[in-house]
Ligand binder design. Sequence first.
Ligand SMILES: CC(C)(COP(=O)(O)OP(=O)(O)OC[C@H]1O[C@@H](n2cnc3c(N)ncnc32)[C@H](O)[C@@H]1OP(=O)(O)O)[C@@H](O)C(=O)NCCC(=O)NCCS
Length: 209
Amino acid sequence: MIAPLPPEALVLQTDRLRLRPWTMQDSDFAHEILTDARVMKYVKGEPMTTDAVAAHLSDAERRGAGGRIGIWCAEIRATGERIGDGVLTPIPIEGDDVDWSQVVPDRYPTDQIEVGYLLKPAAWGQGYATEICKRLLRFGFEMTELSQIVACTDPDNLASQHVLRKSGLRDCGTARAYSETVAWFEITRAEWAAQAAQAPHQLPSGSPG
Ligand SMILES: CC(C)(COP(=O)(O)OP(=O)(O)OC[C@H]1O[C@@H](n2cnc3c(N)ncnc32)[C@H](O)[C@@H]1OP(=O)(O)O)[C@@H](O)C(=O)NCCC(=O)NCCS
């Protein structure tokens, strides 16, 4: 049995952003970003259809392991504007979608957990993805039992690979995920702890709310 985290512990702050669990209230925003060809170019290769987004909405608000696994909506603290999402979700190796049946309240998924992010184009190029990634790594290692977090990108998604390196993940070359060849990254709990100890001032804020 995994103790559920209280809702306020799932609201994560960074200098500029608030990450809070994704909800059905964000359905309009899901449609905005997931049907945008610019956003989806390296994610699924093409924009999602409105039907596919609608079918995804109930999965998007699922939470696993007492709330610790799932999707967060990223919003600018100063204005409340939603700019994108951040995820800690099980990564499929063969299969083109997360196995959402693994995202259940009282267990950790059996698949490895990936960190991911996706921003609307107006928010690109301002360091937000790195802020999201670092904050989710901190949450992942401080608030879960995970011994490792992985990430993958399309081999051509150089901006995202740069985000992962800046966030402290190790470049592991190519591997399989989402039934494709991807650029694969990893970070262990020990690696994260060593980096955090070396540069504690660079840790994103840990305060809830
Ligand atoms: C990829 C994405 C997440 C980057 O978000 P972002 O907030 O712009 O990222 P950041 O600003 O934190 O960092 C991007 C870095 O990559 C660099 N970069 C941007 N385009 C690049 C490119 N084509 N090649 C190499 N580096 C690039 C930027 O200069 C920046 O590095 P710097 O801070 O050292 O200057 C964003 O463009 C996005 O959401 N794209 C669509 C969805 C997506 O691809 N998600 C990732 C799936 S794996």
